[in-house]
Every structure is written in C-alpha cells, then in structure tokens.
Design a protein around this ligand. Structure first.
Ligand SMILES: *Cc1c(COP(=O)(O)O)cnc(C)c1O
Length: 406
C-alpha cells in the first residue's frame, strides 16, 4: 500500500522526538483535580502526590459549591445543547454568563467560545483586514499566533515585554495602517511575567492604537479584586479587548470568551468562525461558571489566600537556596538551567511525593530549563512546607542550593 510510507514517516518522526527527549508523555490521574492527586505509575499502581502544576489557581476545580451548581444546572438545563448559538444553542444561562463576565471584567459585552484557543483563533480575522495592522509580543500564546495567521492584517512583532521596541512597531504601523491593534498575553505562562498594560495603554493612545490582552493566567485572581491584569496594572476599563478562559482559575472545566465593546462582540457573533461553526458551551459549565463569578464578586478571600500562599512559598524557596525567578504571580519558575537536570529534579520530586514537571527547550530558551510551580489557594501551609522540604532535599542531592554551591 502506498500509505505505508506515510505511517513509517510518522513513526520515524515520533522516534526522533522520543530520542531528543521532546516527547510529551501524559500522566494518568485517577481522581478529581485537586491539591492531592492519585498519579498512576508505569506499572499501573498509583499513589497520592502533592500537585504543583495545575492551573487550579483558586482551588475551584473540585470545589463543593461549584459541583453543587453543576449538578443543579444538569437538572434544570440538561446535558448538551446539540447546536451552535445562532440556531438553538443559546439558553438564558449563556446570556447570564456573558453579562456576569462583562460585569466582572468591567467590559461592555462578552461572547462565549468553546475554549480560549477558539476565542483567540476567531478574534482577529473578522475585525481587521489588509489595510490594518496587528502588533504582538514575540512570546504570545500559540492561539494568538494562530489567530493572527488567519487574519489578513499586516503584522509586527516586538521583543518580549520591550516597550521601546513596541513603540518602534507602532511608529512603523502608524504610517501604513488604517487601524492598529496591539495584542499581548496578560501573564506569560513560562515566567509569570505580567505585561505592562499601563505603559502599553499610554503608547497605544499616543499612536491611536487599540489594546487587547489574553488574560487566561490572570482572570479571577490578579489585581486587588481578582479582575485581572488590567486591574493589577491600574488600567481597569481601559483595555479594548480581553480574551480569557473558564478552564483555569474560574473552575477549570473548559470554555473561553472575548469581552469588548458591543461593536466588537457584535461583529464576532456575525463573523467569528469558531463561534458560528462550533457547538454551544455545555449548560453544566455555564451554570457552574456563573456560581464561580458570584463567589468571586462576594468575597476576595480566595484570591487573597492565593496571594498569601504565593508570597509564603516564594520566600521559603528563596531562603532554602533555590533559584526562583522573582515576581508576584503564583507561577513560580524554579530555575535549573540544564534540561537533563530539570528532568532529574522532577523525577526525584515525584519520588518524594511532589508532582511538578520540568520545562526545557524548545518550550523555554536553551539554558533556561526549569520546574514551573503553580500555587493554588487550596494549598495549605502544610502542603507548601512539604513542597519546600522536598525541593530542598532534592535540590541538595543535585547540587542546586545556592549557599551550598562551591
Ligand atoms: C491556557 C491558555 C489559552 C487556552 O485556553 P483554553 O481555554 O484551554 O483553550 C490561551 N491563551 C493563554 C495565554 C493561555 O494560557
């Protein structure tokens, strides 16, 4: 068969990934997402380990109140919509969640998607054409990159988080483009770097550009009341477009959204392909997400606990002699630099009961291998102490502790 060559080709490519240490294996978990998970080993046995790598920032993935809301919605609104929004896929709940998200984010309107990947994938093409320009951070999320690829607008990229380089792009675009949109991740997921939305707003105003942010790693907890990067940077209500996810802090199921002025969401409802041609979000997720937003509007307790946990963990790790990238975000990069060493550290941590995965080239630049820890509001002090003890022991064994290096 002629197709044999095709399958042999794929096998060879996969073998190459495996040999290069770039193959992504998937760990099977046998219980609900949480601070402690039953991780399955290769031999089929499992044990409970402390989980330090979920996007479960507020600990809501398996929260009792969220589960209750999900169960209640299952009973009141059914299981699936079997339709896109514009045929018969819009329930009262979908509209209510769009309103609630708009209010929470301080935006005029919101449109739901099956995922933030789709929100970004379907954002740019309906809004901008050949006469227009998109300027983006070189480290933006894959979904933003793909969304921009689908759009005919002229493209500029600025060096990561570099405001002078952004201004260069704005200057160049100003003379060539009708409308210009600057788009960035609110928080960059490998470092926890928070975009300088305040400086970006000033620059955008100077050149008459729109400003958009993908706030997936911020919505629900960054800023004094957890609204996101715009609140954290003091530009609440001053960002033109926010895309986000329901799949991280806001309960962690799945789903995404775009919030903006009505003209923008109005055009997206007419022309955004992932919205028009993909199924409506399941009612269970919509009902539970509404309960999450009510919870977050009532009290900042969860985001406050997360901020406390993050400060505590960052300080304890630093004092233990581990090399932590400074910052305030619950993404805590523990720098190892060498890729093989990062893998050994991750493996040793698992033996010690801590699940935290290593990241290395090409996910991060060469020589910047790391373990990315993600703190949750659901972690207890004992959990954090347990993690620091494990990192200290494994770090000592591998010669990673600063004060103990020759
Ligand atoms: C996680 C993430 C996404 C994708 O979100 P989904 O809702 O899972 O598709 C998009 N952008 C950024 C910056 C993210 O971190």
């Amino acid at each position: 068969m002629t197709s044999d060559a095709f399958y042999r080709h794929l096998t060879a490519e996969l073998d190459t990934l495996l040999a290069a240490g770039l193959y992504k294996a998937e760990r099977v978990i046998l219980d609900p997402q949480g601070t402690h998970i039953a991780a399955q080993a290769a031999d089929g046995t499992s044990r409970k380990v402390l989980n330090l790598c979920a996007n479960n920032y507020l600990g809501l993935s398996s929260d009792a109140a969220v589960l209750r809301a999900a169960h209640a919605t299952l009973d009141s609104h059914g299981y699936g919509m079997s339709s896109v929004r514009f045929i018969c896929g819009t329930q009262d709940l979908h509209c209510a969640l769009e309103h609630a998200l708009s209010r929470f984010l301080g935006m005029e309107d919101t449109i739901l998607y099956a995922a933030a990947f789709d929100a970004n994938g379907g954002l740019f093409e309906p809004l901008l054409g050949e006469e227009d320009a998109i300027i983006s951070d070189e480290l933006n999320h894959a979904s933003i990159i793909d969304g921009i690829r689908l759009c005919k607008a002229q493209r500029w990229r600025y060096r990561h988080n570099d405001m002078a380089d952004l201004e260069r792009c704005l200057q160049e675009a100003a003379s060539r483009a009708r409308h210009t949109l600057v788009f960035t991740d609110g928080v960059f997921s490998m470092d926890g770097t928070v975009a300088q939305l305040d400086a970006m707003r000033t620059l955008c105003d100077r050149y008459g550009a729109l400003l958009g942010v993908d706030d997936c790693h911020a919505t629900g907890f960054l800023g004094a009341s957890g609204r996101g990067t715009h609140e954290y940077r003091g530009v609440f209500g001053k960002v033109d477009i926010i895309t986000g996810t329901l799949g991280k802090a806001l309960g962690g199921a799945s789903g995404g959204f775009t919030s903006a002025r009505r003209e923008v969401t109005g055009m997206l409802r007419q022309r955004s392909r992932p919205y028009l041609f993909s199924n409506s979000l399941a009612p269970v997720i919509v009902g539970a997400s509404l309960a999450v937003l009510e919870l977050l509007e009532r009290s900042t307790a969860l985001r406050d606990k997360l901020a406390d946990n993050t400060t505590y963990f960052r300080r304890a790790m630093h004092e233990a002699g581990l090399d932590i990238k400074p910052g305030e975000h619950p993404i805590v990069p523990v720098m190892v630099h060498d890729a093989a060493l990062a893998q050994r550290l991750s493996a040793r941590l698992l033996e010690l009961g801590v699940y935290a995965v290593g990241f290395f080239y090409p996910v991060v630049p060469r020589g910047q291998a790391r373990i990315r820890v993600q703190i949750s509001a659901a972690h207890s002090r004992e959990d954090l102490d347990f993690a620091v003890t494990a990192f200290t022991q494994a770090g000592r064994e591998l010669g990673l502790l600063k004060q103990e290096q020759a």
